[in-house]
Design a binder for this molecule. Structure first.
Ligand code: CMP
Length: 405
């Protein structure tokens, strides 16, 4: 296996059977490693399955050590690697956050050799971090926090102010009644933080009326602070997800030749409306006779339009499913994926919006639909079934619908 291929299949989003198998084995090893770590702290499990746990632990450690070496070797094929020496790319990866975590993942193996499994397996918890690179949501979290840091710091400052004010007032109200718990402001801080975070252990409670009133205010403030934090993070997270989806869709839309000549403004608009969908080979994308609710653009792969006397193949850059949307009639043919396909689907509401706003696109889609309908009119039957009666539905025009304009 070449270094470039190794790099490609080890990327978390890599497609293909080898990459998927590798990911599956990796996740199984993480689960096994953590299972061994948990089992090792149970005396009975340890006694009963000591030999099996030992063997499995060595195996897991070996796997993560081998993974580290493989990633280090493949790092030279990272984008930009062609402009610098291989050792520089490897060093850059080894010093990156991902490289450091992978090194920590190889650490239990080293501790195992030096101190034995009992101590080494305690560090097995670091393996759970190896799953972070496979979760786009978690990898985005750092970016979300960084983008929202000003708002988060403002709320943190508010939290600090309320905390200090609460501890000072509690000290003022309660120090005589409970000198052991509120005898100093640092001592009162414990009560303030347990109350402000609404944890409320109940080990220290105010006894004076003023102290209890203060407790009520602090609890409500705590809820407000955390609601603000949750709101800031949730908004940032939703924005980040939208941004990622937009970038991914943009790449896909830009690959479809149909959109090559339409300009960046139209691609930006289309990108917001299209949803990527993957189909395995032999999957039915459209079935003849069903009502149409969306059309598709092919980004990669091939589909077969089942027609008689001869089926047609559509490939990257082609579109289908437009006829039912334009005419309001049921699907005119069954469409099956011949190879694994990535499609962009455009639902009927967005289809109408797009046609209304982009007359050039609308014209191209209508012309193709007219051509296909004429083709169908010349054919005696489809897929062994009698030709669908060309009744009102089938003959309904695919000229602009009222809502298109
Ligand atoms: P629709 O009728 O919505 O669903 C089936 C799709 O098959 C149809 O839209 C067209 O996009 C496509 N189709 C129908 N006839 C042909 C043809 N002759 N050539 C290519 N595609 C076709």
């Amino acid at each position: 296996m070449t270094r470039d291929r190794l790099y490609r299949i080890m990327r978390p989003e890599a497609a293909g059977r080898t990459a998927r198998t590798l990911r599956g084995v990796h996740h199984a090893m993480v689960a096994a490693g953590i299972g061994i770590m948990l089992a090792d702290t149970e005396a009975q499990m340890r006694q009963t399955y000591d030999a099996a746990l030992d063997l499995s632990f060595h195996f897991v450690c070996l796997f993560f050590a081998a993974e580290y070496v493989a990633r280090l070797f493949a790092a030279a094929s990272a984008p930009g690697g062609e402009h610098r020496a291989a050792w520089r790319s490897r060093l850059a990866w080894a010093l990156s956050l991902a490289g450091v975590f992978d090194l920590l993942g190889a650490l239990p193996g080293l501790l195992d050799i030096l101190f034995g499994r009992r101590y080494a397996s305690l560090f097995g918890f670091v393996w759970v971090f190896k799953l972070v690179r496979y979760s786009p949501g978690l990898t985005s979290l750092g970016r979300v926090i960084s983008n929202a840091r000003h708002a988060l710091l403002s709320v943190l400052l508010g939290f600090g102010i309320v905390l200090l004010a609460a501890a000072s007032l509690a000290y003022l109200f309660e120090r005589r009644a409970q000198p052991e718990a509120f005898g100093s402001i640092p001592a009162a801080l414990w009560w303030a933080i347990a109350t402000l975070t609404t944890t409320g252990y109940g080990d220290v409670v105010p006894r004076t009326a003023a102290g209890r009133a203060l407790g009520g205010v602090v609890m409500v403030s705590g809820i407000l602070v955390f609601a603000l934090w949750a709101g800031i993070l949730a908004t940032g997270y939703a924005e980040e997800m939208r941004r990622r989806a937009f970038l991914r869709n943009w790449d896909l839309v830009a690959k479809v030749p149909f959109f090559h000549d339409v300009g960046a403004a139209v691609i930006a608009e289309v990108t917001r409306l299209l949803q990527p969908r993957d189909f395995p080979s032999r999957a039915f994308v459209i079935r003849r006779g069903e009502p149409g609710d969306c059309m598709y653009f092919i980004v990669s792969g091939e589909v077969e339009v089942r027609l008689r006397p001869e089926s047609r193949r559509l490939k990257a850059g082609d579109f289908f499913g437009e006829m039912a949307l334009l005419s309001g009639s049921p699907r005119s043919a069954t469409i099956v994926a011949v190879t694994p396909c990535t499609l962009l689907s455009l639902d009927i509401v967005h289809f109408r919006e797009l046609l209304a706003r982009q007359p050039e696109l609308a014209r191209a889609i209508r012309e193709e639909a007219e051509r296909r309908r004429d083709d169908a009119a010349d054919e005696p039957s489809r897929h062994g079934e009698p030709a669908a009666p060309r009744g009102a539905d089938q003959q309904r025009s695919i000229a602009p619908q009222p809502s298109d304009s």
